[in-house]
Design a protein. Structure first.
Length: 151
């Protein structure tokens, strides 16, 4: 059975899997493409905390799977959000060495409804794009948030 409220993103990034992995796990690199402050404990059971997403939200979760440079899985949710509270969702990211760069495959499952799926799809498209720029050595610039400042 397929879960109806899931977001999938796939993108090719012009950087090695090790570089992309660092941009997903190193707090100083994470905030170059999303959020204003981050804390990570990169081991199963470790903390995933990202403040200032969309310039206001706090994302919180726990790492469930960590396979350096290949795979991450962590629970996900928003502090103070009744529909998507911390731990209610699951982010799974696979990094595949392909064509001189990295194919990133991301799935966000556990979303409660179509409106949340649509909002998170828009957000992930925005942030995965910013991740691709940063990991490839570019500067994605100040984050206007999803849907703001985009053509």
């Amino acid at each position: 059975m397929t879960e109806p409220f899931m977001v999938r993103q796939e993108t090719q990034i012009a950087a090695s899997p090790a570089t992309v992995f660092a941009f997903l796990t190193d707090p100083e690199k994470i905030i170059r493409w999303m959020g204003t402050d981050a804390e990570t404990e990169i081991h199963p059971g470790g903390l995933y905390l990202l403040k200032g997403v969309n310039n206001r939200r706090v994302a919180r979760g726990t790492f469930r799977e960590v396979v350096p440079v290949h795979r991450l899985a962590y629970s996900f949710g928003w502090d103070g959000d009744e529909e998507v509270p911390p731990g209610s969702g699951l982010i799974e990211i696979d990094l595949i060495d392909r064509d001189g760069g990295t194919l990133l495959r991301m799935t966000h499952s556990g979303l409660p409804n179509a409106a949340q799926r649509a909002g998170h799809a828009k957000g992930w498209a925005h942030y995965v794009g910013r991740l691709g720029i940063a990991a490839a050595g570019g500067n994605p610039g100040a984050d206007p948030g999803p849907g703001k400042g985009e053509a």
